[in-house]
Design a protein around this ligand. Sequence first.
Ligand SMILES: *Cc1c(COP(=O)(O)O)cnc(C)c1O
Length: 386
Amino acid sequence: MDPSFIFNHLGEDRENYKYAVAPPIFQTSNFTFENVAAMRSAIKDEMNNSFYTRGSNPTIDTLRRKVAALEGAENALVFGSGSAAAAAAFMSQVNQGDHVVAVRKPYSWTSKLLSNTLPRFGVETTFIDGTEVQNFELAIKENTKVIYLESPNSLTFEMQDIAAVCQLAKANKLITIIDNSWASPLLQKPIDLGCDIVIHSATKYLAGHSDLVAGVLCASNKIVKKIFHEEFMTFGAIISPHDAALLIRSLRTLAIRMEKVQKTTQAVVSFLKDHPKIAKIYYPLDRDFPQFQLAKKQMLGGSGLFSIELAVENRDEVDKFCDALEGFILACSWGGYESLIFPLCGLDDAENYKDNDLPWNLVRISIGLEEPEFLINDLKRAFEVL
Ligand SMILES: *Cc1c(COP(=O)(O)O)cnc(C)c1O
């Protein structure tokens, strides 16, 4: 389906809403019925009929249809956060005694889910280096149910050969779950490559304005229906109709935002590459990235999140560099209109990041919608304080 049609028209059913151009926000918790027969008929399919907003709401349903189409999935659910989508995806596919094979160093709270929460219910995870398909094969056990991918991850950007891993999963009757937040649905199509469940932190590129937290899950009708009737309705981690309307608005500009971010990132990465104060760059679409060929093979381009290692002596120097930047705001998260700088050493006192094996001089950069010259000049200024 043409992305322009998805962004501007799909799921808006304007004839039902007085032909309003922008979809109305259904700020209501529940829906009434003309008679008992109508009520009885609506509850037969609570996932698709407006009955109670924890299950279905027209504003949120419009968003669901757009997101599913963007991922090339049959169906989608929208959650109150990316972490809620991830938790629902895993909980829906494992039972006590099951086993998960996951890529090493996944997103921090996904890591916590797999290392702390799921083991309390008898589900164990083996973390592997996902850059080699063979490592998945070696880790699969008799009780393995799920393979978890994050391609690339959001700190050091290791990728997996998605098509090859999905083929292996299918041969072993395993479900694949992938976090596709980095590439956005425009630059990577995991469903086409064979994945069963695609999740996003919609907080990042899908929303793109750093003003809301949300998550999405895309899959077949069968999987989505199962999740709807259990994890979605029982955990109740829904998005508000108001935030859904903001997300619909954000999607209108997703394509132009990704195009701009991609161009600017290429310019900034080129500048940084040759700089004497840069020890290493982690960006999948950089020619010298170890998995550059794989990136070219399975993605249509690169987004605006990458990491650098500063060539400095100590942590104070990292602090000095980051503090000197003015065009980059010091903050976590990514994918918004504003460029961000995020030094890993800023997390040194965070319980959830203790004992990670990431380099102390690693600094993550998220490129926003500013002009490349503005950002490069700012970086030049900051390098001068070193
Ligand atoms: C932010 C993030 C998440 C979690 O999403 P929230 O919307 O913050 O709950 C999951 N995966 C990745 C890669 C992320 O960057």
